[in-house]
Design a binder for this molecule. Structure first.
Ligand code: G3I
Length: 476
């Protein structure tokens, strides 16, 4: 699947500045933010603890390189109670050549989870993608033995360490037919039952799942998964749950989501949201992030409403870690944390849906009147393929800011090539502009000016939403 965003060339403007409409929208967003940043990591108010209090888990996915990112691991280890290795348990990593196994990358993630008392979802034993070419190149008669050996060896290595395995991932095409991958071509649809039985023999206690995308609503693909589950259960094949990846587009949660989950649990299996994200068109706007927040709350409420929905996993910790921009150009900002690991409205809405603020303690600290405690003004000077942008950040709150990090989304097609009076990273998409040694302290009312040069491909707009250390800023 591939979605491309049409890029509308905009007329070039010199010295364009923010308007009052933008200010009103941003202030409204800030006022709607119920959990201030300072609370987002506080004991008792983490997604993890809130979810566990409701009897479900909230998880995330990380990759081996994420372990070097201290901001990311701090959130992963505190806010989430379930962990899925993003790539490291897949066949191309664990058995890159026949009979030669490498569990070191995944073991590092397992150790991280254990050190943070998190449970683990194994992902994934049998999948057409990230499958080494030696498997797809095998004669059909050898695929079954190779698959069974792979499952047995990997599931035995992790025996007793995982909560669940995605035993088979993405077996269906969109029309509900089986995907003609190496396993189906060699064994027909019976490969699924064989994989499940082999996994059960290796680890008698781990939950065994089938996992797929675009099966969240009622449609031909979810019908196919439903019929498969029904058939497997009637044959006594070991199967504990179905994973719904839930790679959503903002505003497009299927209306039949809950009814669909319920028809699966009626078959006697659990259901889990396994790879949640909710992509928006870039640059993200106040409205799209509000829609995303509503969608996340919808997912949480749906899981809570379905007996047998065991938990929700977000695919990646923050927007900087998400697969979305690389696969769906023009889309991104798909997670609950911005590129600087500040909680977004979707974090707040998820926490609220999980009951934040409704319990006896701790009670939420109200945000400052009017929400925003910062203001950003800006102007852009553009020419055919380049632009410079001057920004001024003002501390409108009552306290001194000691070190600031201003997050914003660069419009599509803009790439930062240089900056002054702030450090900008990365160069496209979700940007964090961080103060330097000499301008990080802002007393109430004080300002810091900084700027950057960028190339562009026609869109010379200013970013529309800024947040300072997690709190949206006014922009007028
Ligand atoms: O390891 C190579 C590296 O050696 C090489 O230099 C580099 C160059 O592109 O590629 C690296 O491999 C990448 C791999 O991730 C590890 O980082 C692949 O290109 C890249 O395609 C791969 O993407 C992963 C994707 O699955 C593959 O389908 C994503 O990180 C991962 O998040 C994503 O996860 C999947 C779930 O498993 C199943 N559901 C969909 C979900 C999103 O695509």
């Amino acid at each position: 699947m591939s979605v491309r965003t049409p890029r509308l060339p905009r007329p070039r403007h010199a010295g364009r500045a923010f308007g009052a409409a933008a200010f009103t929208a941003v202030a409204a967003l800030a006022a709607a933010t119920l959990l201030p940043t300072s609370q987002a990591g506080a004991a008792g108010t983490t997604l993890r603890s809130l979810a566990e209090a409701k009897g479900i888990y909230f998880g995330t996915a990380i990759t081996q390189s994420d372990l070097n990112n201290s901001a990311l691991t701090a959130i992963a280890g505190s806010q989430f109670g379930m962990l899925t290795p993003g790539n490291e348990m897949k066949w191309d990593t664990t058995e890159p050549s026949r009979g030669s196994f490498n569990f070191a990358p995944a073991d590092r993630i397992v150790s991280f989870a254990q050190a943070n008392s998190m449970r683990l979802r194994g992902h994934t034993l049998v999948w057409h993608n990230q499958l080494p070419s030696w498997v797809s190149g095998l004669p059909a008669a050898q695929v079954k033995a190779a698959m069974e050996n792979h499952i047995t060896t990997e599931a035995t290595h992790y025996k007793g360490k995982l909560y669940a395995w995605d035993v088979v991932n993405e077996p269906f095409n969109e029309d509900g037919s089986f995907r003609a991958d190496a396993f189906y071509n060699a064994m027909g649809s019976g490969f699924v039952a064989d994989a499940l039985r082999t996994a059960r023999a290796a680890d008698p206690n781990v939950k065994l799942y089938l996992n797929d995308y675009n099966i969240e609503g009622l449609n031909p693909k979810s019908d196919a998964m439903y019929n498969l589950v029904k058939s497997l259960k009637s044959q006594g094949v070991p199967l504990d749950g179905v994973g719904f990846q839930a790679h959503f587009i903002a505003g497009q949660l299927p209306s039949t989501f809950k009814a669909n989950l319920q028809r699966f649990t009626a078959l006697g299996v659990n259901v889990a949201i396994t790879e949640l994200d909710d992509r928006v068109q870039l640059p993200a706007t106040t409205a799209s992030l509000a829609q995303q927040a509503s969608d996340y709350a919808g997912v949480v409420n749906t899981c809570l409403a379905v007996t047998g929905c065991v938990g929700i996993t977000q695919w990646g910790v923050g927007d900087a870690d998400s697969w979305i921009p690389g696969t769906f150009p023009g889309y991104g900002a798909a997670t609950m944390y911005d590129a600087n690991y500040r909680p977004k409205p979707a974090y707040t809405s998820s926490a609220t849906a999980l009951g934040a603020g409704t319990g006896p303690s701790p009670s939420p600290t109200p945000t400052a009147p009017g929400g925003a405690s910062c203001k950003v003004t800006g102007a852009v000077n553009a020419w055919n393929t380049g632009l410079t942008e001057d920004l001024t950040l003002t501390n409108t709150g009552p306290s001194t800011i000691n070190g600031w990090s201003l997050a914003f989304t660069l419009p599509a097609g803009q790439t930062v090539t240089g900056s002054w009076n702030a450090s900008l990273t990365p160069t496209t998409g979700q940007i964090a502009a961080t103060s330097l040694s000499y301008n990080g302290t802002l007393a109430p009312g004080a300002s810091a000016s900084f700027g950057f040069q960028a190339t562009h491909t026609g869109n010379t707009s200013l970013p529309t939403v800024f947040s300072l250390n997690g709190t949206p800023c006014a922009t007028a």
